[in-house]
Design a protein around this ligand. Structure first.
Ligand code: BES
Ligand code: ZN
Length: 622
């Protein structure tokens, strides 16, 4: 029997129960109540007699039915709610391979952000989108929400006919609801008539299929007034249907096909057929999310200077490292993000050049060192492989899996040389594609394929040890060194001259700011900004790094800009440092009051995951 053969601290999925292989979803999206009424036909890998556990969060379960007879099937929902895992749904099986669950989501489902028309660009129609990583798919439908339980799925989304839907899956149809297609879900099994809702006037059904097995965190959709532009043979850019937004996005991502080709040379064929991009509203909590066939992106990467290319390179790289080979649980998250950061930089090196790649490595190196400071009292999270029992992955999200993971792989590359490492990477991908693996599996494969590596590199120190190993490597390049030394001169009161920064773009400034002390004299902050207007930068990495410096330097002139920024974007990468800078440390009453007020006013515009992250920052510091 194929079973979950490991324990995931974030899931109720059990080691002695079968795996789900396929889910067929019927989802009725009700915008006025921010609710989805759904039916899930769940198919499991093997016959099984006994309990069968699924993860749910804030779901209302109406009924479970036998898939063949439609007779009611026993089920129970655990009375206790785990704050991280949610509620366990038990559907005890009696050798049947499929059953049907009728359920509704909560308006505060953690994966979903419902935007009312005024919260959209066009202000005419509502919008909804998902973000399921790491453990939020269970707030949309009951599932074994662990990356080891890969599923294929079919999804029929019933939506208002003025809107359209996209998914991280193949689009197979847009059609009118067919009377009778949901009849088996009964007229009284929900506490309303599902069939008559489904077939109501003004509704349309969009049908999607994902026939490649994916971990549940890669389930994704968005529904709204969407438009698109073709930018390549396998790439469209989708966004809210605003010509200016679509044009800017099409320009920003014009180089995507070339990037895919370069990536294929490095890592093997692109296996997902389409590589579409979806630009979300500013509240999208991530920079990018690697949903298969359709990457989700924050609009803050569209800056008109091709810098969105780095985020695209990263999410594209996940097509191999993350989506083909997936971390078995979040304790091995570095297998996703460390490999992807390495792969991203290899792509950037060919597409944008070695200097830019070196800059990115430098920015990452600073970030890694900063995280060591952040976790100095919680060293577990300076490890690559972490213990996450009782830990919410959103709370310990950091650059460690990205940058320490990158450093580890870069270290191996230096040891065996690039040609050998490239060959190893290709073989690794080919060997484990469509599998979910753990750190031990990777190490075993490494030692088998690179004999003697364990004598050259302390593999255990790298994967299980805390802190930054001594053989990690700060990048050297002339641009990097120059910027770091200019940053050091700032400590002595020197602001860089115009000729020294003449060709600086976002990343150079970002690296410069990252290398300044955490706080300086308020007058220095003002002087720097007077010359270079960093507080007005359209590049949010630069703007946020500058504002963070301003807050920590108690330069209160910028607090209205901080407030404005916190209210216009919902990307956690920007919310985290700004809110932390405001609330951290004693003697910051004014800042704490500001943080609380801004959050109370901005909260509704943030995705639920971002709301949770800010709330946990407050819980820790207030
Ligand atoms: N998979 C991540 C996003 C993520 C991680 C979402 C964990 C939820 C939980 C994605 O690939 C990512 O790393 N995005 C980065 C951008 C990238 C260029 C480093 C981000 O969102 O900042
Ligand atoms: Zn990533």
């Amino acid at each position: 029997m194929s079973v979950v053969d490991f324990v995931d601290p974030h899931s109720y999925a059990s080691a002695c129960q079968p795996l789900t292989t396929h889910i067929s979803l019927f989802l009725y999206l009700d915008f006025p109540t921010s609710t989805i009424h759904g039916a899930a036909l769940v198919t499991v890998s093997d016959e099984h007699n006994g309990p069968f556990f699924l993860d749910t969060r804030l779901l209302t379960i109406h009924q479970v039915l036998n898939a063949q007879t439609l007779a009611s099937h026993p089920w129970s929902l655990s009375p206790t709610v785990d704050p991280i895992k949610g509620q366990r749904l038990d559907v005890p099986l009696n050798n049947e391979r499929a059953f049907l669950i009728l359920f509704s989501t909560s308006p505060s489902a953690s994966a979903l952000q419902w935007l009312s028309p005024p919260q959209t660009f066009n202000k005419a129609h509502p919008f909804v989108y998902t973000q399921c990583q790491c453990i939020h798919a269970r707030s949309i439908f009951p599932c074994q929400d662990t990356p080891g339980a890969r599923i294929c799925y079919k999804a029929s989304l019933n939506i208002p006919s003025q809107l359209s839907a996209v998914m991280s899956a193949q689009h197979v149809d847009r059609r009118a609801p067919v009377p009778g297609e949901t009849k088996k879900f009964g007229s009284n099994l929900f506490n309303f008539d599902f069939e008559s809702l489904w077939c109501a006037e003004g509704r349309v059904v969009e049908v999607f299929e994902m026939n490649q097995p994916i971990p549940p965190y890669l389930f994704a959709f968005a529904v709204g007034e969407l438009g698109f532009r073709e930018v390549g043979p396998r790439t469209r850019v989708y966004a809210e249907s605003v010509p200016a937004v679509l044009d800017a996005a099409a320009l920003e991502f014009a180089g995507t096909e070339e990037t895919i080709r370069q990536a294929e040379k490095l890592f093997g064929d692109y296996e997902w057929e389409r590589f579409d991009l979806l630009v979300l509203p500013p509240s999208f909590p991530c920079g990018g999310m690697e949903n298969p066939r359709m990457v989700f992106l924050t609009p803050t990467v569209i800056k008109g200077d091709a810098s969105g290319a780095q985020v695209v390179a990263h999410e594209l790289a996940h097509s191999w490292t993350g989506n083909l080979i997936t971390n078995q649980t979040n304790e091995h998250f570095w297998l996703n993000e460390g490999f992807t950061t390495y792969a991203e930089r290899r792509i950037v090196e060919v597409v944008q050049g070695e200097d830019i790649a070196a800059l990115n490595i430098g920015i990452g190196w600073r970030g890694l060192n900063r995280e060591m400071e952040r976790f100095k009292e919680n060293l577990e999270f300076t490890k690559l492989k972490t213990k996450q029992e009782g830990v919410d992955p959103d709370d310990v999200y950091s650059e460690v899996p990205y940058e320490k993971g990158f450093q580890f792989l870069w270290r191996i590359e230096r040891e065996i040389g690039r040609p050998a490492f490239d060959e190893f990477l290709k073989k690794y991908i080919a060997s484990f594609k469509f599998k979910s693996i753990d750190t031990e599996t990777f190490l075993k494969f490494l030692v088998e394929n690179v004999p003697g590596i364990e004598k050259q590199i302390d593999l255990e120190l790298w994967t299980e040890g805390t802190g930054i190993p001594p053989d990690a490597y700060e990048p050297v390049s002339s641009v990097y060194t120059k910027i770091v030394s200019l940053a050091n001169e700032f400590k002595l009161g020197k602001i860089p001259r115009e000729d020294e920064v003449a060709d600086w773009k976002g990343q150079e400034w970002e690296l410069y700011l990252e290398n300044l002390p955490k706080s300086v004299e308020a007058s220095q902050v003002l002087a720097l900004d007077e010359r270079y207007r960093l507080s007005e930068s359209k590049n949010y990495e630069v703007k946020v790094a500058f504002l963070q410096l301003a807050i920590l330097s108690k330069c209160r002139d910028y607090y209205s800009e901080v407030e404005k920024t916190l209210k216009e974007v919902g990307r956690m990468k920007y919310l985290r440092p700004l809110y932390i800078a405001l609330v951290q440390g004693a003697g910051k009453e004014e800042e704490k009051i500001l943080a609380k007020r801004v959050f109370s006013e901005a909260r509704d515009c943030y995705h639920p995951i971002a709301q949770g992250v800010v709330e946990s920052i407050f819980a820790k510091h207030l």
